[in-house]
Design a protein around this ligand. Structure first.
Ligand code: NAD
Length: 492
């Protein structure tokens, strides 16, 4: 592994995400040798704490993540961690941070490379970015890098996203900004490109002549849990569709990039999103449906969860149909759905091919059932793999056909070696590879699409609750696809 030199500054360094994902991921990179002796971490948040206490919390976070490294390795790693109390809204505090950064840069010979990771409420992103620049925290060494990593959500509509982006752009160039979408760090999402562009068999059929429709499902089993106050202001459309689903869909829909580089891939994703049809009011109302979960047994409905207002109209489920107006996809819809409190926790993509134009097995005397559609399923999680449904002859004396499946599942041992999304994404940031992050044009097209749907929904009072927990959402999600004489491949 190549060792990368950098100083990490984590804003929100005592938060849930930092302890649960970011520090364990850094440790994995350390164990693999991507980080060795030339790195240091400054954790910041408002509370007072000394380095020792912070290091102990970091070590605990590694243990909690299940890493059973020996204690020497863990303590060597945690010795690179430093804590600085810092209120991000107080400009004067940044000079203290600057001194600490310069000291560590010298001590660990970091050559001025800096990664600023904002793991806190987005309302602070603009201020932080501005002060990082105005207070001289960004390295001025011309061979060094300054990179800004930001968590979701990126705005709550196009206007607020644009405002946020304008604020960030005053300090950082687009190539320096890494917008996290952790779905892009998932093994099987990255595999979409390998599957498509590495296989003639797949890519030659990957268009509206052979594909009838594509279905993307991000299903969650749990309800809103502790995130209610955030979630109730967001809802499934903003929380899942605008970012994760749009990213997955653009990888499925894009043209072949000239080369496998971040610039080329982004260019194709942006082109795909530009041809996504932005609905007018009437079409948004027919092509998107929403839901909110009801109660079951002694489990409360969404409106009676802690921190949710009793008249909340926030959707916990959304399903919709996306149409691309381009040569490859015209006439082939993409159906998407996501929600909380559904039957199971999984993410999958089902690519449904057209049936043969002529079914020669359906001659008059034949008892044969009509040929099934070929379906290519990409299992993203919890199990990673592919499945291809084909028609084959039944193994008997007569002649009838039946659907069979070619399955490839990544085995459990191998899955354990798969890097966590955050590990992969942090490694990408260290390398300066923006492939698996959302660029501003992608984010802005996604918001413009989503805003139209929100606009329509905000005009109508929904009939909530409208779906039973542990189902696959409201009846409207079934009607949405049945209206087109199709059905969801994954069904109960
Ligand atoms: P959190 O509330 O656990 O942590 C927030 C951190 O910010 C804490 O360290 C807190 O002390 C600090 N902070 C708050 N106000 C401050 C101020 N004025 N000055 C300095 N520090 C301040 O949040 P989290 O769950 O870790 O989430 C962080 C970010 O990551 C958010 O943008 C969130 O949307 C995103 N995110 C979180 C998760 C997750 O699983 N937790 C998943 C995806 C995205």
């Amino acid at each position: 592994a190549t060792e990368r030199k950098a100083l990490f500054l984590f804003f929100g360094g005592t938060g849930d995400l930092a302890y649960r994902k970011l520090y364990p991921s850094l440790f994995n990179l350390y164990q693999k040798g991507n980080l060795r002796s030339h790195f240091a971490v400054i954790g910041t948040s408002r509370q007072a704490m000394d380095d020792d206490k912070f290091r102990a919390a970091v070590r605990k976070s590694l243990a909690d993540s299940g890493n059973r490294a020996d204690s020497k390795e863990v303590s060597d790693f945690s010795s690179h961690f430093y804590y600085q109390a810092h209120d991000v809204t107080n400009t004067a505090h940044y000079s203290v941070l600057k001194e600490a950064a310069e000291k560590l840069d010298k001590k660990y010979k970091l050559e001025g490379n800096r990664i600023f990771y904002l793991s806190m409420a987005p309302q602070f992103f603009g201020t932080i970015a501005q002060d990082l620049k105005s207070q001289g925290l960004m390295s001025t060494n011309k061979d060094a890098f300054n990179r800004l990593v930001i968590e979701k959500p990126f705005g709550r509509d196009y206007d607020s996203a644009k405002q946020l982006n304008d604020a960030l752009s005053k300090s950082f160039d687009e190539e320096q900004i890494f917008r996290i979408d952790h779905y892009l760090g998932k093994e099987m999402i990255q595999n979409i490109e390998a599957l498509r562009f590495g296989n003639t068999l797949v890519e030659s059929l990957w268009n509206n002549r052979y594909i009838d429709n594509i279905q993307v499902t991000l299903s969650e089993k749990l309800g809103v849990e502790e995130r209610a106050s955030y979630y109730d202001n967001s809802g499934a459309l903003r929380d899942m569709v605008q970012n994760h689903i749009m990213q997955i869909v653009s990888l499925l829909a894009m043209e072949q990039p000239v080369a496998f580089t971040d610039t080329d891939i982004r260019a194709e994703k942006v082109k795909a999103l530009r041809s996504l049809r932005v609905y007018n009011v009437a079409d948004a109302a027919t092509n998107f449906v929403r839901g909110q979960y009801g109660s079951i047994n002694d489990q409360p409905d969404y409106r009676h969860e802690d921190n949710v207002p009793e008249d909340s109209t926030t959707e916990t489920f959304v399903a919709g149909k996306l149409l691309f107006d381009n040569y490859r996809w015209s006439g082939t819809p993409f159906y998407v759905r996501t929600g909380k409190m559904l039957a199971d926790k999984f993410t999958r993509v089902d690519v449904v091919f057209k049936r043969p134009l002529v079914d020669i097995f359906a001659f008059p005397q034949s008892q044969n059932t009509p040929l099934a559609a070929n379906v290519l399923t990409i299992f993203v999680e919890p199990h990673a793999g592919f499945s291809l449904q084909l028609n084959a002859k039944t193994n008997d004396a007569g002649f009838s056909t039946e659907p069979i499946k070619l399955d490839y599942l990544v085995d459990a041992e191998k899955s354990k070696e798969t890097p966590e999304p955050y590990e992969r994404l942090l490694h990408d940031v260290l390398k300066g590879d923006g492939t698996n992050f959302s660029s501003w044009p992608e984010v802005s097209y996604a918001w413009k699409f989503v805003d139209q749907i929100r606009r329509v929904w905000d005009l109508q009072e929904p009939q909530f609750p409208n779906y039973t927990p542990h189902s696959m959402g409201p009846a409207a999600a079934e009607e949405l696809i049945q209206r087109d004489h199709r059905e969801w491949i994954y069904r109960l």
